[in-house]
Design a protein around this ligand. Structure first.
Ligand code: ATP
Length: 665
């Protein structure tokens, strides 16, 4: 295309952007006006609140980020063009100006190729800076042109300096990622992907896609994103709102299951037993042991009448309720209702009329029925059940017989027994047991879809906690077996999927790396044979980037030097070291006049990152201090080092005084 045509084209596109922005503003103004009057027109307080919530969400969904253009691409089907962007924008008469990237028609933007153009003649991608369009790139698919990963705009997007929290990738989702993003709501999938292959991005975009397609259904049941810790959740927290999705719950597993404060800590071996899937059997047995055989008939005085239920009939009621496989608490109420039903029948037969509701309630809550239920099917609280096991060797032995060894039982028992469940210093692992117990007593409600990130670190019992909350929904499981650092980290996705209740979900690999430069990937890959997992290696899309390993005598001084060098470039800097060493390094940086932030307060360009919290994060420049210390800090230290080495977007510097681990020396 001649330069002047290019200029005219870009000018026209910019005009379309300006008028789309104006149209979006009008859409938002209208929503705000409705919001303002909504409360007055709605009939009652509840309707007003519901309407208010809907409208305020609508207003939030229509927010415009002035730093990002409303569209990033354009498709021509024959002569019919469509702009593709983050959300639908329509003009005043409802004609589309920008199509949502999730609309069926937009699919071709991500999937069409020269060999399978899907009706697309031309695909255009836009480059931008500071919210304005700066360039575009056309592929005439009808003429066999296709750029694939050679696209200049894709390269620029991948190589752009990172600042602040994670951004969406709607403009450059790759075909194999798109296939996962647009998988059906019914489909659970597990994505095994090397560092930086876009697993987190895929999970978040899938959530946004499913919400678009199944808005009402998912609004009722909810979509849940699970991440490993608060720092990670805050890093990803802006992605969904930027895509107009403001109502997705984002949580850690610990937060999700919290019923009481965690004040205690377990030793590593004790925690490992508590997280073991066999604990589900122990708890199940311990709970159902509470159910007893009725051993006498029931007699109920009712004015001048006396009703009688035989022991035999009572046994049948209890046996039947047990066989139905209901949660314990529901079973208990079922027994109560059936016993009252038997009384009701006797009363009807005698008096030739149905007893009143008040009579039913009186019978149901009256002493004879309540005493009977408390004897044969006593109320149990989740905390009480776990308390009973951890504080009573005999109770534990009877529930764990043939399931846990004597040593394992010993590890579970409290050495100093708290007086009551309330007084107990529950640990994080106890919380998982209590959640399992709660799930046996009453089923929690199920989310429509759950995205689980960094899933390789989940224990069997944590998987079960998630399974209970996705029983009637689907899951997207994201992770990398090579990055498993928890003592119970998964080594086989099939096993995790089984605990998650989705045994048949396919395991799909992602191997193209968008974060880590090739030289850095090559270094990290040298650790893979030591990690005892069978995973495909990543292939980096990035040929740029620098790697620098330096043996020094003073690591703190060397770290300061590397940080100073990094600061002369654009982008974020992460200093990653063993948790115990970080304060010392922070002090050295402060003494040298370098301002630093922490994960809780990432105020400065330089962030001090404990190795234990680096997972899922990325920085343009990463300075890793003393790998040997990172490895020595924990049993799966080499896995941790693999995570740490794969956080760099452009440059990785490793400074060490101790010898490097053999694999990377
Ligand atoms: N299609 C894409 N276009 C542009 N950038 C992308 C694309 N896919 C991923 N990225 C970018 O690559 C980086 C890594 O992505 P992401 O964090 O999702 O990877 P991950 O597989 O979850 O990594 P990790 O295993 O380290 O947690 C992010 O900055 C993300 O925005």
């Amino acid at each position: 295309m001649p330069a002047s045509d290019l200029d005219t084209d870009l000018k026209n596109e910019r005009e379309h952007l300006a008028s789309s922005r104006a149209a979006l503003r009008r859409m938002r103004d209208r929503a705000e006006a409705l919001f303002a009057t909504g409360a007055n027109v709605a009939g009652d307080a509840y309707a007003a609140e519901t309407l208010g919530r809907t409208l305020s969400r609508r207003v939030a969904e229509l927010a415009d980020d002035p730093t990002i253009p409303l569209f990033f691409g354009r498709l021509w089907f024959e002569d019919e063009p469509h702009h593709i962007g983050r959300r639908h924008v329509t003009d005043d008469v409802g004609e589309p100006m920008v199509l949502d990237w999730r609309a069926p028609i937009s699919r071709a933007f991500y999937r069409a190729s020269a060999s399978d153009p899907q009706g697309v003649t031309v695909r255009r991608r836009f480059g931008f800076a500071a919210g304005e369009l700066t360039s575009f790139e056309d592929e005439h698919l009808d003429r066999g042109e296709e750029l694939g990963t050679k696209s200049r705009i894709l390269t620029a997007e991948i190589e752009r300096p990172r600042v602040g929290p994670m951004r969406d990738i709607v403009a450059t989702i790759q075909p194999e990622q798109d296939e996962l993003v647009r998988a059906d709501l019914e489909d659970s999938i597990c994505v095994q992907g090397a560092p930086g292959t876009g697993k987190t991005a895929v999970g978040l975009h899938r959530a946004a896609y499913l919400l678009y397609l199944h808005r009402e259904r998912l609004r009722r049941s909810g979509v849940l994103i699970l991440g490993p810790n608060k720092a990670f959740l805050s890093y990803i927290s802006a992605v969904l709102p930027a895509l107009g999705e403001v109502e997705v719950e984002q949580s850690t597993v610990d937060e999700l299951i919290a019923r009481m404060p965690v004040r205690g800590r377990d030793g590593a071996q004790t925690a490992a037993v508590k997280h073991d899937g066999r604990m589900a059997t122990v708890l199940h047995r311990a709970l159902w042991r509470h159910v007893q055989k009725p051993v006498e008939p029931m007699v109920v005085s009712d004015g001048s009448y006396r009703w009688r239920i035989t022991e035999e009939a009572l046994r049948r009621v209890v046996d039947e309720a047990r066989r139905e496989g209901l949660p314990y608490g529901i079973g208990r109420e079922r027994v109560r209702a059936r016993v009252v039903g038997l009384l009701q029948r006797q009363a009807e037969a005698r008096r030739a009329e149905s007893p009143s509701d008040a009579w039913m309630r009186r019978m149901s809550r009256g002493k004879p029925v309540t005493e009977f239920i408390d004897a044969v099917w006593p109320a149990v609280t989740p905390e009480g059940l776990v308390f009973g096991l951890l504080s009573d060797a005999a109770a534990l032995a009877s529930a764990a017989d043939g399931v846990l060894t004597a040593e394992e039982q010993e590890l579970l028992l409290w050495t100093a027994k708290p007086r009551t469940p309330k007084a107990a210093k529950w640990s994080a692992a106890d919380a998982v047991l209590i959640d399992e117990a709660a799930g046996l007593i009453e089923r929690p409600s199920s989310f429509g879809h759950v995205v689980v990130d960094e899933a390789q670190d989940l224990s069997a019992m944590q998987c079960r906690a998630i399974a209970r909350r996705s029983e009637h929904g689907s899951i997207t499981l994201l992770g990398d077996l090579a990055q498993g650092t928890a003592p119970w980290a998964a080594t086989d996705w099939r096993e995790s999927l089984r605990h998650l209740g989705k045994p048949d979900a396919p395991v799909v690999p992602l191997t193209t790396g968008f974060r880590v430069p090739a030289a850095v990937v090559a270094l990290a890959n040298r650790l893979l044979p030591e990690l005892a997992v069978d995973v495909p290696e990543a292939v980096s899309l990035r040929q740029d980037g620098e790697l620098h390993l330096e043996a020094v005598s003073d690591v703190d001084a060397a770290a300061v030097g590397e940080v100073r060098a990094a600061l002369s470039h654009d982008g974020s800097v992460g200093v990653i070291a063993a948790d115990a060493a970080l304060d010392r390094i922070g002090a050295a940086l402060a003494a040298a006049g370098v301002e630093t932030g922490t994960l809780d307060e990432p105020s400065a360009r330089v962030t001090l990152v404990p190795a234990s919290l680096a997972k899922g994060l990325e920085y343009d420049h990463v300075v890793v201090v003393e790998p040997a210390q990172i490895v020595a800090a924990e049993p799966r230290g080499l896995h941790r080092l693999y995570v740490v080495l794969t956080r760099a977007v452009s440059r990785l510097a490793v400074v060490h005084a101790e010898p490097l681990p053999a694999a990377i020396a």
